[in-house]
Design a protein around this ligand. Structure first.
Ligand code: SF4
Length: 181
């Protein structure tokens, strides 16, 4: 019988959630027995081969490319999980939401303390993704089925949720896995 398929995606975040996912350590050997990986930065596979059972996404949506890929995840994943604070709330990258995008770009590329007089240039290559006015949580673009909070969620949290779903059960995470004090 074919194994369930798993995909993971990364948008505007720091990759810390994927690093935490890899912290399942030797359980990765168990995982590859349980699932086949499809699109993921873990195997550097860029496109879906076919629809998958579970998709896990990290990071908020800050540009048009993020939004397009997130919609592709929704289209291809029966279950879609938002992993970590950036995917769920915008997280640290959403700090830029406190100022207009123009002001943010000018500070980063024209007026910052490490930029010499007249040396600055706001990137304008047409191949670059177009920045959105704000950094958005994933659920503002697509339906998200489950959230796994944390910055990042622990490897044990990710493992508990994933193995429950692969067993056809609703994830029921104990307090120890979702407390942050
Ligand atoms: S939630 Fe935290 S660890 Fe995950 S991508 Fe965002 S900043 Fe990084």
């Amino acid at each position: 019988m074919a194994k369930p398929r798993l995909a993971t995606g990364h948008f505007t975040g720091c990759f810390g959630c994927h690093m935490s996912f890899l912290d399942i350590d030797e359980r990765i050997l168990e995982l590859v027995e349980l699932v086949d990986f499809d699109k993921s930065p873990i195997n550097d596979k860029k496109r879906f081969d076919q629809p998958v059972d579970i998709g896990i996404v990290e990071g908020g949506v800050s540009n048009d490319e993020n939004a397009e890929i997130l919609r592709d995840f929704r289209k291809n994943c029966k279950i879609l999980i938002a992993m970590g604070s950036c995917a769920i709330t915008g997280g640290v990258p959403a700090l830029r939401n406190t100022m207009p995008l123009k002001e943010c770009l000018e500070e980063a590329f024209l007026n910052g303390p490490t930029i010499g007089e007249g040396d600055g240039l706001i990137p304008n290559d047409p191949d670059l993704p177009v920045l959105l006015d704000k950094v958005y949580p994933c659920q503002e673009f697509v339906k998200i089925d489950y959230i796994l909070p944390g910055c990042p969620p622990s490897a044990d949290t990710l493992w508990a949720a994933l193995t429950a779903l692969l067993s056809g059960e609703e994830p029921s995470l104990p307090y120890e896995l979702v407390k942050y004090d």
